[in-house]
Design a protein around this ligand. Structure first.
Ligand code: NAP
Length: 546
């Protein structure tokens, strides 16, 4: 543990609430806390608002939650006036929407852009957070609300010689704002998660040649995107209140009432009870979805492996070259252990003459030099390097800054064995700190917008109660935090997500040295909301006020 003497803070802070981030969570936080009568400022490292949708502007970037549901529900006027154009919104459309929100609710006057937060320290005597930024003087607030995102800190892998590469090195998660002209260029893409899979067909269209470096093949399912039917939009707008209520009673925060097909869910079919002939008949009928409809595959490894084989058969039927098809076929980890990847013609892209797959399992990357990438299986020339290598998910934005609570204790040290929170909202030893969609909350396993609104509203209610009672400090007890962590682990244990063969970012397995702990709450958003509301109804049981 690192200890430093906390700087003394003024007894009266500059703001009631300092919010870190001006993505979806930060924008709503500014609006909501302001409406409740609190003074608020949001500090945002980007040059614009939008968070995820400001930074991830790579070709093909798109949300896989339907636009009519991936939108704020706090304002009926906003719901009625905004017109979505596609079933699943693209990055430019979501960024436009969030800029509209910032303007419509006059949020920009309380947002400081290009203000990167590097640390924050709690002064126990003054009950004030002092927030340090790269931009200048520290900023003080009674409460600190971390709205800094779950997938906001890019993972920058060690790739020997990367600095010697002559051309541009682009991260999908930090794509240049003005775009990049890739025509005539030989592009090397490293990473085949959601970002890599989404960008592959688009990069193939733009570049002279695309070489995809794949370390682990991915289970992906087709996107059912298309233009949004105006009639569906009109009907949804008529019934938005029911839809919003329905989102909060749904495990994933999505009602499906707009008719958009997101992902086939398990049906009442059991793969262990049917013979090969019937399995292949289901494959003919449901194509890729034939790997997702089996109820027993959710928990039974043998059933899951049979579903995986149906998936691999689908890859073989789609990809012309049998060797490439085999390389693209996931093996050794179950369907359902990682975040499902949604694609548009991903596998078909590998039938193009101007696209090459490099299966790193046959020989990994040895070095990068000025002209390309050397692997154990040969040298691949490239003019542009694209890294779709993921994020230090869920905890990175909290542990990679100097966040110090009681006795100057650093959150990074307190979480050395993995994060511990109460409801994903508060951490023992860090009074007046709130984490929006923090570890231990449904967040990445549900519709993020619904999760964000629910968290901000929970925090707002708590702060209002404190103001009414003249209280200035709130902190979870260690006992309540321990009980919540036990519950989070208990609901995750029987799922495929914690299988020992699974190396997902849900488990922190993508970051060298990160403890293997299942990070989100898999019990369902509806169950989570019930529990969070029960805490409030029980006079904030498990939280101590001063
Ligand atoms: P990711 O799922 O973590 O994928 C990272 C990829 O980079 C993996 O294929 C990984 O291989 C590879 N990689 C990492 N380091 C490497 C190295 N040193 N050498 C070779 N390969 C390396 O990250 P992501 O694709 O950015 O997606 C993260 C999450 O963001 C998603 O799961 C999703 O929640 C969200 N997202 C959603 C959408 C959407 O469709 N709505 C789009 C983009 C992102 P290994 O698997 O072998 O580690």
């Amino acid at each position: 543990m690192t200890e430093t003497a906390p700087p003394s803070a003024p007894a009266v802070p500059q703001f009631d609430v300092v919010v870190v981030g001006a993505g979806m969570a930060g924008l709503y936080a500014v609006h909501h806390f302001r409406e409740l009568g609190f003074s608020v400022v949001a500090l945002e490292q980007g040059a614009g608002v939008g968070g995820t949708w400001f930074w991830n502007r790579y070709p093909g970037c798109r949300c896989d939650v339907p636009s009519l549901e991936y939108s704020f529900g706090f304002s009926e006027e906003l719901e009625q006036e905004w017109e979505w154009t596609e079933v699943f919104p693209s990055q430019p459309e979501i960024e436009r929407y969030l800029n509209h929100v910032a303007d419509r609710f006059d949020l920009r006057r309380d947002i400081r852009l290009e203000t990167k937060v590097v640390g924050a320290t709690y002064d126990e005597a003054a009950q004030v957070w002092t927030v340090a930024t790269e931009a200048g003087d520290p900023i003080t607030g009674r409460f600190l609300v971390m709205a800094s995102g779950n997938l906001s800190v890019p993972q920058t892998p060690e790739l020997p010689g990367r600095e010697t590469f002559a051309g541009p090195v682009l991260y999908t998660s930090m794509w240049p704002r003005d775009g990049v002209d890739l025509s005539g260029q030989r592009v090397a893409l490293i990473g085949t998660g959601s970002s890599g899979v989404q960008s592959t067909p688009e990069l193939a269209d733009m570049a002279a040649h695309l070489t995809v470096f794949q370390r682990t093949p991915t289970y992906t399912w087709p996107s059912y995107n298309g233009p949004l039917d105006p009639e569906v939009q009109r009907r949804t707008k008529e019934h938005y209140r029911e839809l919003r209520a329905g989102q909060r009673t749904n495990p994933g925060g999505v009602t499906g009432s707009t008719g958009a097909i997101i992902l086939q869910t398990a049906e009442d079919r059991r793969i262990l009870e049917v013979g090969e002939e019937e399995r292949l008949a289901v494959l003919e009928e449901l194509r890729w979805n034939a790997s997702r409809v089996w109820f027993d595959a959710l928990t039974n490894p043998e059933a899951n492996e049979l579903a995986c084989e149906l998936y691999r058969e689908m890859v073989r039927r789609t990809v012309d070259d049998p060797e490439v098809a085999e390389s693209l076929s996931p093996r050794g980890f179950p369907i359902g252990c990682k975040r499902p990847v949604i694609d548009t013609h991903y596998f078909e892209t590998f039938n193009r003459d101007d696209v090459t797959l490099v299966d790193l399992r046959k020989g990994g990357i040895e070095a990068i030099d000025a002209g390309g990438i050397r692997t154990a299986q040969g040298y691949f020339e490239a003019d542009v390097l694209v890294l779709a290598t993921g994020f230090d998910a869920m905890t990175g934005a909290l542990t990679r800054i100097d966040l110090r609570g009681r006795d100057g204790r650093l959150l990074r040290d307190v979480w050395a064995e993995g994060p511990r929170t109460n409801l994903g909202l508060q951490v023992a030893g860090f009074p007046n700190l709130f984490t929006v969609t923090g570890p231990g909350s449904p967040s990445v396993l549900a519709n993020m917008v619904v999760c964000i609104e629910q968290h901000i509203e929970w925090i707002g209610e708590c702060l209002t109660r404190m103001r009414d009672r003249g209280q200035t400090e709130v902190e979870t007890t260690v006992e309540a935090q321990d009980a919540w962590v036990d519950h989070v682990n208990a609901v995750a244990a029987p799922t495929m997500m914690t299988a020992s063969s699974c190396n997902s970012w849900y488990l922190g397995a993508n970051i060298p040295g990160k403890p293997r702990v299942f990070l989100p709450y898999v019990g369902g958003l509806n169950q989570y909301i019930e529990r969070a509301e029960a805490v409030v109804a029980d006079d904030y049981a498990g939280f101590v006020f001063a």
